[in-house]
Design a protein around this ligand. Structure first.
Ligand code: ATP
Length: 270
């Protein structure tokens, strides 16, 4: 399924509180929230509300989470699709899915459309020697450009797209009136890792001896997704051993396990 309509129930709503660190990104996105909540403040004075922004950063740094939090904070519906869903599509299907998505979104405006992995459809056209030309991908991209141009600046639809390869995107996507703003979600530094641990330790019963500073120090290069993984893995290890609380040793084992996974992944990609 390429599109989802998941206006979260009020208690399950994602907000900026769920996103640790990323202060710069949150600050820029606060403005998007304000556009959705209070559009007339801008339009009455003659300002054009941006249609879209690109969230750029390595995998697992919280781009999807940020997009959901914008919808949650503004209390508007969140529509999402992933660029990779469109790669193996039959002729015409990708473009018509994009058309449907925008049609649904416009009916529910104000709202957020989130396009994950936009590089899968938004790679520069005609520059893909490995796969030959992929006409359907181009059709999908062209449809996306058409849709971005087709809705008015003040339609109440804001399109957020995520990528870890902004450099390979078709320049047409980055033009004024499309994804003309870039918002960075970088890997967290030690302080941000501490904040991310705090978020993901919330539901977990931990031993008093567990030291956040220690955990943050042991996890350089970890993304938010990796940290979420560490917390859950540590809880699984503790539970497996019949413990009632998670100890620092469980965290160390979980970190070792995830470092092992990360090393394997980087061997495959390099
Ligand atoms: P991808 O590029 O792989 O799609 P992404 O940048 O969209 O990744 P998310 O899907 O938002 O990353 O993150 C995955 C999970 O990792 C989140 O659901 C959350 O549990 C955790 N996470 C990532 N970043 C953060 C953060 N800054 N604060 C709290 N949790 C985070």
């Amino acid at each position: 399924k390429a599109q989802l309509y998941d206006k979260a129930s009020p208690d399950a709503k994602t907000t900026f509180k769920d996103v640790a660190g990323l202060a710069g990104a949150k600050e820029e996105l606060e403005e998007m929230v304000e556009f959705l909540r209070n559009p007339t403040k801008y339009t009455e004075i003659g300002a054009k509300i941006p249609k879209g922004a690109l969230l750029v950063g390595p995998p697992g740094t919280g781009k999807t989470l940020l997009a959901k939090a914008v919808a949650g904070e503004a209390d508007v519906p969140f529509f999402s699709m992933s660029g990779s869903d469109f790669v193996e599509m039959f002729v015409g299907v990708g473009a018509s899915r994009v058309r449907d998505l925008f049609k649904q979104a416009k009916e529910k405006a104000p709202c957020i459309i989130f396009i994950d992995e936009i590089d899968a459809i938004g790679r520069a056209r005609g520059k893909n020697p490995n796969m030959g030309s992929n006409d359907e991908r181009e059709n999908t991209l062209n449809q996306l450009l058409t849709e971005m141009d087709g809705f008015g600046t003040n339609s109440g639809v804001i399109v957020l797209a995520a990528t870890n390869r902004a450099d390979i995107l078709d320049k047409a996507l980055l033009r004024a009136g499309r994804f003309d703003r870039q918002i960075y979600a970088d890997l967290p530094d030690i302080n941000d890792r501490k904040q991310i641990f705090k978020v993901h330790l919330r539901p977990i019963k931990i031993d008093d001896s567990v030291d956040l500073e220690f955990l943050s120090r042991q996890t350089p290069g970890f993304s938010g997704a990796d940290i979420a993984n560490v917390c859950n893995e540590a809880a699984l290890i503790a539970a497996r051993n019949g413990k009632k609380v998670v100890t620092e040793g469980d965290f160390t084992s979980a970190i070792d396990r995830i470092v092992g996974g990360l090393e394997k992944k980087s061997k495959i990609t390099t």
